[in-house]
Design a protein around this ligand. Structure first.
Ligand code: ADP
Length: 453
């Protein structure tokens, strides 16, 4: 960048200098031409005096190389010319400067001479006898002027080149210095500073991007931490049933279990194994949801029928807990992912049964509200303390750990529900009175997210 700035400054400086030089040469040329003309006039006056005094003899010892001198009689015939044969010269009466001189006493003109190829200045003066004395000089050529000035011009160009080189490189360094010294980790400190005024929009941009990067970084770190915790939790959750299973199996293997106890032992092994299977299933579901449900199919479906199906499949569990489950409401058509809607209803109802009391009930309600389908799952269970209501959606969070394990909970059910609701752009709300019961309200808007229609 510094190189580019340097080159630009240098090129501009040299261009300006050369343009000025050409301009000054042009003016000098005009000025010198004017002086040449003035001198020619003075010389003509002097020569006229000479001819007036000495007549034809004036030309005899005339020694002039610079001027051409011509004497023309009143009729236009050339009497004398120092550069051409007078007798062979044509009548000069029609020459502009001669005509002017005859008319006004003095005349001037500039033209290409007919006998000589250069551009010439002519000055003519009428003498008292009516004859005309004319002097002419070749106008100085531009290159003559240039040649005359060659040495100083070369010197000036050299000085200008060196000077502009030094200045341009210094200037380029000075311009780039504040940019090189920028601390990009903290661009805000330069706001309002004189030397950074021009790049302030860039600094703003960098600051905004840096803010975004920091946020992204924090998000990445948070996600990594959550993953780490999740993996640790999963290992722990899997280890517990495995230890139990191997413990029971060992006792059986060593014949340390009475014949009567073999059946309950087998039942315990089966229960632990199915808890593990449920945990693995939940983990698979969550992993799929973590990917945003991109591969899941959006379909027109009816939340009411999905709720009925989910409740049906929980029939046995409900009977085992001595809990009655009812489904009420109306058709609620939505465009959604049916599998996830099923999972939402299933997990909420499963919890409502698991954390209920014997003889309690679960009421599932489905209705349509505007463009959304609304699901309510109300139970008469243990309720959720206020301070836990936010946290129950966290992975592996349980209000009562032993109760959750006792009823075969994995600690992942509500995380799956929350995630599934989020994918549908829906909302979930919890109302609960500890000791009396809990109500979950899920709203699923009909319009799917853009691009998933
Ligand atoms: P779990 O597999 O332990 O049920 P969830 O994620 O489904 O895990 O629920 C988290 C915790 O929230 C549960 O352990 C329980 O303490 C509490 N909970 C969930 N639903 C209810 C409910 N309907 N009544 C009371 N407590 C509930």
């Amino acid at each position: 960048m510094s190189n580019k700035i340097f080159k630009s400054i240098w090129v501009v400086a040299i261009s300006v200098f050369l343009a000025s030089l050409v301009f000054i040469m042009g003016i000098s040329y005009d000025y010198l031409s004017a002086i040449q003309k003035k001198q020619l006039k003075a010389e003509t006056e002097l020569a006229a005096q000479g001819v007036l005094r000495a007549g034809e003899r004036y030309f005899e010892d005339l020694d002039t190389e610079d001027y051409r001198i011509t004497w023309i009689d009143a009729a236009g015939s050339v009497l004398y010319d120092n550069e051409a044969n007078a007798e062979r010269m044509e009548n000069h009466l029609e020459r502009e400067e001669v005509r002017q001189a005859i008319r006004d006493g003095y005349g001037e003109s500039v033209r290409y001479s007919s006998t000589l190829a250069d551009k010439q200045f002519y000055a003519a003066k009428r003498l008292p006898d009516g004859s005309v004395l004319r002097l002419s000089i070749v106008q100085m050529a531009v290159w003559t002027l240039l040649l005359g000035f060659a040495q100083p011009i070369c010197l000036v160009i050299l000085i200008a080149l060196v000077l502009s080189f030094v200045l341009a490189s210094r200037l380029a360094k000075k311009i780039v210095k504040p940019i090189n010294e920028l601390d990009l980790d903290d661009p805000e400190q330069y706001y309002g500073k004189e030397e950074y005024k021009e790049i302030e929009p860039l600094l703003w941009h960098i600051a905004v991007q840096q803010g975004q990067l920091k946020k992204d970084q924090a998000q990445i770190e948070k996600t990594a931490l959550i993953r780490q915790e999740f993996t640790a939790n999963v290992s722990h959750e899997l280890k517990t049933p495995l230890h139990a299973i191997s413990g029971y199996a060992e006792l059986l293997e060593n014949g340390m279990v009475k014949a009567d106890d073999i059946q309950p032992f087998a039942g315990k092994i089966r229960a632990e194994a199915s808890r593990m299977a449920k945990l693995v299933e939940d983990i698979i579901d969550l992993t799929e949801l973590d990917n945003g449900g991109a591969e899941m199919k959006w379909e027109h479906c009816d939340l009411y029928r999905i709720a009925e199906n989910a409740v049906d499949s929980l029939d046995v569990a409900a009977s085992a807990m001595n809990v009655t489950v009812s489904v009420e409401g109306t058709d609620a058509p939505v465009k959604a992912i049916p599998r996830l809607l099923y999972s939402i209803v299933y997990n909420l109802c499963d919890n409502a049964i698991k954390y209920n009391r014997s003889g309690g009930s679960v009421a599932v309600g489905v209705r349509q509200s505007g463009d959304s389908a609304v699901l309510t799952v109300t139970d008469t269970g243990v309720g959720i303390p206020k301070e836990s209501r936010e946290r129950i959606f966290e992975r592996f969070y349980r209000v009562d750990k032993s109760r959750s394990k006792e009823v075969g909970g994995t600690g992942l059910g509500l995380s799956i529900v929350k995630h599934a609701v989020m994918i549908h752009n829906g909302t979930i709300e919890v109302n609960s009175k500890p000791g009396e019961g809990t109500e979950f309200i899920v709203t699923i808007p009909n319009a799917p997210k853009e691009g998933e229609a």
